[in-house]
Design a protein around this ligand. Structure first.
Ligand code: ZN
Ligand code: ZN
Length: 238
């Protein structure tokens, strides 16, 4: 499978940047993980969206969903309906999204599994101020990619990350993480090292911080795998 970074900032995008959004695809399946501010434009520069199978949303914070609200106009124009998987809370935001007629909405629960052609997706609840899920994708060759969404440090993530080939990981703080919200570079690298991850891709950067600062810390800790800082439109083979 192939992973393309559509956005890598947390909260709000820096100039010419974009918030969380990722395209995961293989020869049969195309899905999106989150669709934050600026990511739809980046997607449309490489993919017209007509072959998308689904969009998976980790949680209903604006920096992960804001471009869904404009995507609806594109879908409406084409008469296209897209499966949209998302948490049930906060209810007021879930209700708005489930009333958009061009989305075929499926709520996510902890432990759920969804199969789309030759890929399987599973969901594990993480630690964040709103209901949020990490997503693990596995293809029919056994290759796996785990996207953490936003999360503070938790045992659920350490367990879920075991043996993932690629870990696309929240890395909001250089130092001093808020354990109820997000991970630091050090925590991301420790999780990857202990789980035997081959490739750690850091993302959800503070727009005021140089991504190099996170990578330098993570590279010191991760010995068994490699570290990459996400960059918009960068593509990785998994
Ligand atoms: Zn976020
Ligand atoms: Zn969040």
């Amino acid at each position: 499978m192939k992973l393309t970074i559509l956005g890598n900032n947390g909260g709000y995008p820096k100039g010419n940047g974009a918030c969380s959004g990722y395209l995961l695809e293989n020869e049969k399946v195309q899905v999106i993980f989150d669709l934050g501010s600026g990511t739809l434009s980046n997607l449309l520069s490489i993919n017209d969206g007509t072959q998308l199978d689904a969009i998976f949303i980790t949680h209903l914070h604006w920096d992960h969903i804001s471009d869904l609200f404009v995507l609806q106009y594109l879908l409406e124009k084409r008469g296209q309906v897209l499966p949209l998987y998302l948490p049930r809370t906060p209810e007021n935001i879930y209700d708005i999204l489930s009333n958009i007629k061009n989305f075929d909405v499926h709520p996510i629960d902890d432990g759920d599994e969804v199969a789309i052609k030759n890929m399987k997706f599973s969901f594990k609840k993480m630690r964040h101020p709103v209901e949020t899920y990490a997503i693990k994708a596995i293809d029919d060759r056994g290759h796996s990619c785990l996207y953490t969404g936003d999360t503070g440090i938790c045992q659920e993530l350490k367990d879920f990350a075991q043996d993932a080939h690629t870990l696309l990981c929240d890395c909001t703080y250089v130092n001093n993480p808020d354990e109820n919200k997000h991970l630091s570079a050090e925590q991301a690298a420790e999780i990857a090292e202990n789980a035997g991850v081959r490739h750690l891709i850091l993302t959800h950067f503070d727009p005021e911080v140089n991504p190099r600062d996170y990578a330098i810390i993570a590279e010191r800790i991760l010995r068994r795998g490699r570290v990459t800082k996400s960059e918009i439109m960068l593509t990785f083979n998994i």
